[in-house]
Design a protein around this ligand. Structure first.
Ligand SMILES: NC(=O)c1ccc[n+]([C@@H]2O[C@H](COP(=O)([O-])OP(=O)(O)OC[C@H]3O[C@@H](n4cnc5c(N)ncnc54)[C@H](O)[C@@H]3O)[C@@H](O)[C@H]2O)c1
Length: 329
């Protein structure tokens, strides 16, 4: 195929390997041409699985500078994103970096200003961030339903993100690694900004590490007055559980665990599908990751960026809200 985008991926764990497989199987305009992970066995095994990899790099710079790499995915651990984003800026190649942009507010502001200067010099968007819920069919449907006006104005929303386990996460990480998705998606959905964030601590789960606040309940307000009640469970021990309910003046719109969108209005209610629960987010959000990758690749091919892809300003806004939450711990 002409104009095929050759992608190099850094970090080949759950997300990096997932992106590699999704590109390989579902995005005809892209080819995975280079890989880097400090775990060389992981790199070799993914390389032989894909059969398209020209380079198993020995460091991120070798991958980014390679002539067979047109675009970069950063899917390394959160704490490495800032340093690898700086390398991506130096490479001048389009980059999709997994969330979060950084793990501290200071670093987020610094790297955001560096990306802003870089993109101003290039006169185009060069760096996007992996807030894939923006491409999820259920959130898109909720956005469409809200716009119909049938449910009246939204007043508050409840959101749930419960992982089976979250090894190594800290209480701060419950914000920057998990709730960061909430802070992004509702800015996008409601076209609003975050004003305040507060942490609350339910009874601690005896099955969770003692040093993290698990479960964590977050309340937050947007500038319009919309309120969020989010619960984050790091170790739920029962199955990946991500849900939302938006309570409007004349009805309610809910996204269920399987991504069903059900509504309640005019004395009529929908029902959710049941079944076996997934172990993690890869099943629930598979379509979102694929659509996000397609949007990113197509933007590189056509030179017309997809405006639903999160940019540095979006990633910074999400981290600013995380910092309000962290300050309230
Ligand atoms: N958008 C989403 O829905 C979503 C979901 C999960 C994770 N993430 C993000 O994706 C990133 C990766 O998460 P994950 O779940 O795949 O983690 P993971 O632990 O499964 O994988 C991380 C990988 O990075 C590798 N690594 C470690 N140090 C490295 C280095 N110096 N250079 C290159 N690679 C290195 C590890 O060997 C491992 O293979 C994180 O930033 C995480 O927050 C995003």
């Amino acid at each position: 195929m002409t104009n095929q985008i050759r992608v190099g991926i850094i970090g080949l764990g759950v997300m990096g390997a997932g992106h590699a497989r999704f590109l390989h199987e579902h995005v005809p305009g892209a080819k995975v041409s280079a890989l880097f992970d400090i775990d060389s066995r992981r790199m070799a095994s993914l390389s032989s699985e894909l059969g398209t990899v020209a380079l198993q790099a020995s460091d991120p710079v070798e991958l980014m500078d390679h002539p067979e790499v047109d675009a970069i995915i950063i899917a390394s651990p959160d704490s490495l994103h800032v340093a690898q984003l700086r390398l991506a800026i130096a490479s001048r190649k389009p980059t999709l970096c997994e969330k979060p942009m950084a793990t501290s507010l200071e670093d987020s502001r610094l790297i955001a200003s560096e990306i802003a200067a870089y993109e101003a010099a290039e006169n185009r968007t060069m760096i996007n961030f992996g807030f894939m819920r923006r491409f999820d069919p259920s959130y898109l449907e909720v956005r469409r339903l809200l716009a119909t006006g049938e449910f009246g104005a939204p007043t508050f929303f409840r959101t749930i993100t419960r992982n089976v386990s979250s090894m190594g996460v800290t209480t701060q990480g419950l914000f920057t690694n998990i709730a960061v998705h909430d802070f992004d998606i509702y800015r996008w959905l409601f076209n609003d900004e975050w004003l305040s964030v507060q942490s609350h601590y339910p009874k601690h789960s005896s099955l969770s590490p003692k040093d993290i606040a698990d479960p964590l309940v977050i309340t937050a307000f947007m500038k319009s007055g919309l309120m969020m009640v989010a619960d984050i469970v790091a170790f739920n021990n029962y199955g990946y559980d991500a849900r939302v309910e938006i309570v409007c003046e004349k009805g309610s719109i809910e996204i269920g665990i399987n991504g069903d969108v059900i509504t309640r209005a005019n004395r009529v209610m929908g029902t959710h599908t049941g079944g076996v629960m997934a172990e993690d987010w890869m099943t629930r959000f598979k379509l979102s990751y694929i659509e996000e990758l397609k949007a990113w690749i197509s933007g590189i091919q056509t030179g017309v960026p997809n405006l639903d892809l999160a940019n540095y300003a979006d990633a910074l806004a999400a981290n600013e809200a995380c910092a309000l939450g962290v300050a309230s711990i």
